[in-house]
Write a protein that binds this ligand. Structure first.
Ligand SMILES: C[S@@+](CC[C@H](N)C(=O)[O-])C[C@H]1O[C@@H](n2cnc3c(N)ncnc32)[C@H](O)[C@@H]1O
Ligand code: SF4
Length: 471
C-alpha cells in the first residue's frame, strides 16, 4: 500500500542527527500543520458548527474546550517582554478592556445556538493578560460562559491566566467567587536579575503573595517558567525550581524558550542564549529535580505533584484521544480546532481569529464570524495532528489508534520509530509508543520528522499555487 506519510529510515536518521543541536524554530505544536500553512481565507464557520451539532445528535464528538483571549498587555521595555511571539496589543487603560469585552460578548452570542446542548471540557481565559480585567469582569466573563454552556460540571477546569503583579487579593477572591477554579501565572524567571532582562516588572514577593491568596480562596495555581533564557545557567534554573517547589506549588509548566521573530532576545541577546545542547542539559536537570520532589510529567512541559486539594484531575482527554479534537476559541487571535473521525474529509478544520484588532472588531460589527484564515485537513493531516497531540501527552496507545484509524501507528511511521529507538527517544511495546529519555525535550524535532513527507507535499502545493497566481 502506498503510504503518503512514510519516511525512510536513512532519511529519519540523518534528519535526527542534523537537528540534535539545532534550535527548533517551531516549538511543540498542538495540531498539524503549522499555522503558516493556514491559507484558506473562506472558512465555513457556520458549516463547521453544524457538523459539531450533527455529531452531538449522533452521540459522537468530544466535549468542547473553550478558550477566551484578551489582546492586551502592559507595555514593557524591551517590547513584548523581549521574547513573546504571541500577537498582543499595548494596554492603554480600562476602557480598552470594556470595549473589547463588549465585542467578545457579541462574538460569543453568535455561537449560542450552535453550541446548545454540547458538553464542556475545560475553559481557559488566556491572552495577552487576562488578569488586567477588574473584579466585576470575572463575573461577567463567567456569565458569558454560562450563557453558552448552562451546565458546567464541577470537574471542569476553569483557568485564568495572568502576570503576578496584577493579581490583588480582591481579584483572586472575585475569580474564585465568579466560579473559576485555577489560576496560571507567568513567572518565567524567579531570579529577579534574569527576569529584569525581559522588562517585566514583577518581583518574587508578587508571586509568593498571589500563591498565598490562591491558597486562601481555594484556587489551584500553576506557574509558568522558561528555560533557555539569556544568561541562564543550569544553576540559576535549579535555584528557581527549588524556590518554586519550596513555595508548595503543585503545578509547574516548564517551557523551553522559543526564540524568533523581531523580539529583543532574538535580535539583541542571541549571543547570550544557552545553546540547544545546554538547554538539553537544563531539561535533564529540571526533569530529575522535579521527579525527585514527587512531580509527575504529564506532557512534554507540564509537571504536576499529586495531592493538590484544589486541583481538578488532569484532563487526559485533552491530549490522549484519537477520535476528535475540539477547541472553540473566542476573541482576538483565538485558535479553533475541530475534527472528528466521524466526519468526512473536508470537514476537519483549524482556524484563527483576526489578530488585527480593528479587523476583529469590524467582523463582529458586520455580524460575521471573525475568522481570519484556516486550514482544511485531509484525513492524513488529521491523523498527524492526533499523533502529534498524543506524543505531546508522552505516549500513543496503539489499540486506541487502531480502533480509530484501522491501522497500526507503528506501521504508519515504522522507519521513524526505528530511528527514534536508536536514539532511545522512544520505547515501543505492543501496547504503546512512549517518549522516553530525552524524547520529550525533542518533541518538536520528532513532530517535524513525522510530518516531513506531508510538509513536503504542502510546500510543493504552495509553490505551485504561487506560480499559478503570477501567471
Ligand atoms: C501567552 S503567555 C500569556 C501569559 C501572561 N501574559 C504572561 O506573560 O505571564 C503564556 C505563557 O507562554 C509562555 N511563553 C510566551 N512566549 C514564549 C516564548 N517565546 N517561549 C517560551 N514560552 C513562551 C510564557 O511562559 C507565558 O507565561
Ligand atoms: S509574555 Fe505575556 S505579558 Fe509578555 S507580551 Fe507575551 S502575553 Fe504579554
Amino acid at each position: 500500500m502506498n503510504n503518503p506519510l512514510s519516511i525512510d529510515y536513512d532519511f529519519a536518521r540523518s534528519f535526527i542527527e542534523s537537528h540534535l543541536d539545532k534550535r527548533q524554530v517551531n516549538k511543540i505544536q498542538h495540531s498539524f500543520p503549522s499555522p503558516r500553512f493556514w491559507n484558506e481565507t473562506n472558512v465555513p464557520v457556520q458549516r463547521i458548527l453544524e457538523d459539531r451539532q450533527k455529531l452531538h445528535s449522533l452521540e459522537l464528538g468530544s466535549p468542547i474546550n473553550l478558550y477566551l483571549g484578551v489582546p492586551y498587555c502592559i507595555q514593557t521595555d524591551p517590547g513584548k517582554c523581549g521574547y513573546c511571539l504571541f500577537p498582543v496589543e499595548v494596554f492603554t487603560g480600562n476602557i480598552d478592556l470594556e470595549v473589547y469585552f463588549g465585542y467578545l460578548k457579541r462574538e460569543a452570542a453568535m455561537y449560542k445556538d450552535a453550541v446548545e446542548g454540547l458538553p464542556l471540557g475545560a475553559v481557559f481565559f488566556g491572552g495577552g493578560t487576562s488578569n488586567l480585567y477588574k473584579e466585576p469582569k470575572y463575573f461577567e466573563l463567567m456569565d458569558l460562559v454560562h450563557d453558552l454552556f448552562p451546565q458546567i460540571p464541577s470537574y471542569v477546569d476553569i483557568t485564568l491566566e495572568g502576570i503576578p503583579q496584577l493579581f490583588t487579593r480582591d481579584k483572586v477572591k472575585a475569580i474564585k467567587e465568579a466560579g473559576m477554579n485555577r489560576i496560571s501565572m507567568g513567572v518565567q524567571q524567579v531570579n529577579e536579575r534574569l527576569n529584569s532582562l525581559s522588562g517585566r516588572k514583577q518581583k518574587t514577593r508578587h508571586t509568593i503573595q498571589t500563591l498565598e491568596w490562591a491558597q486562601e480562596f481555594g484556587l489551584a495555581a500553576n506557574i509558568d517558567l522558561i528555560f533557555g533564557w539569556p544568561q541562564q545557567t543550569v544553576e540559576t534554573m535549579i535555584e528557581d525550581l527549588e524556590t518554586a517547589i519550596s513555595w508548595g506549588v503543585y503545578d509547574i509548566t516548564h517551557y523551553e524558550l522559543n526564540v524568533g521573530g523581531p523580539t529583543d532576545f532574538a535580535l539583541n541577546r542571541y549571543h547570550e542564549l544557552p545553546s540547544t545542547l545546554s538547554n538539553l542539559e537544563m531539561y535533564r536537570a529540571s526533569r530529575d529535580l522535579l521527579k525527585s520532589h514527587g512531580f509527575e510529567q504529564i506532557t512534554a512541559y507540564n509537571w504536576r505533584k499529586p495531592g493538590d486539594p484544589n486541583a481538578r484531575p488532569y484532563e487526559e482527554g485533552v491530549t490522549r484521544r484519537f477520535d476528535s479534537m475540539d477547541t472553540l476559541g473566542l476573541g482576538y487571535a483565538a485558535l479553533t480546532f475541530f475534527g472528528d473521525v466521524g466526519l468526512d474529509e473536508g470537514h476537519l478544520w483549524s482556524l484563527i481569529n483576526w489578530s488585527n484588532l480593528n479587523e476583529y472588531k469590524a467582523a463582529v460589527d458586520a455580524g460575521r464570524f471573525p475568522a481570519e484564515h484556516g486550514f482544511r485537513h485531509s484525513c492524513e493531516d488529521f491523523m498527524l495532528s492526533l499523533v502529534w497531540r498524543n506524543l505531546f501527552g508522552l505516549e500513543i496507545d496503539r489499540e486506541r489508534f487502531r480502533n480509530t484509524f484501522q491501522v497500526d501507528a507503528y506501521e504508519v511511521f515504522e522507519e521513524v520509530w526505528k530511528a527514534l529507538e536508536d536514539y532511545e527517544f522512544v520505547k515501543v511495546t505492543p501496547e504503546k509508543i512512549q517518549l522516553i529519555g530525552d524524547g520529550p525535550f525533542y518533541t518538536p524535532l520528532i513532530q517535524a520528522l513525522l510530518a516531513e513527507s506531508r510538509y513536503r507535499q504542502l510546500r510543493e502545493k504552495m509553490i505551485s499555487e504561487a506560480q499559478t497566481k503570477e501567471m
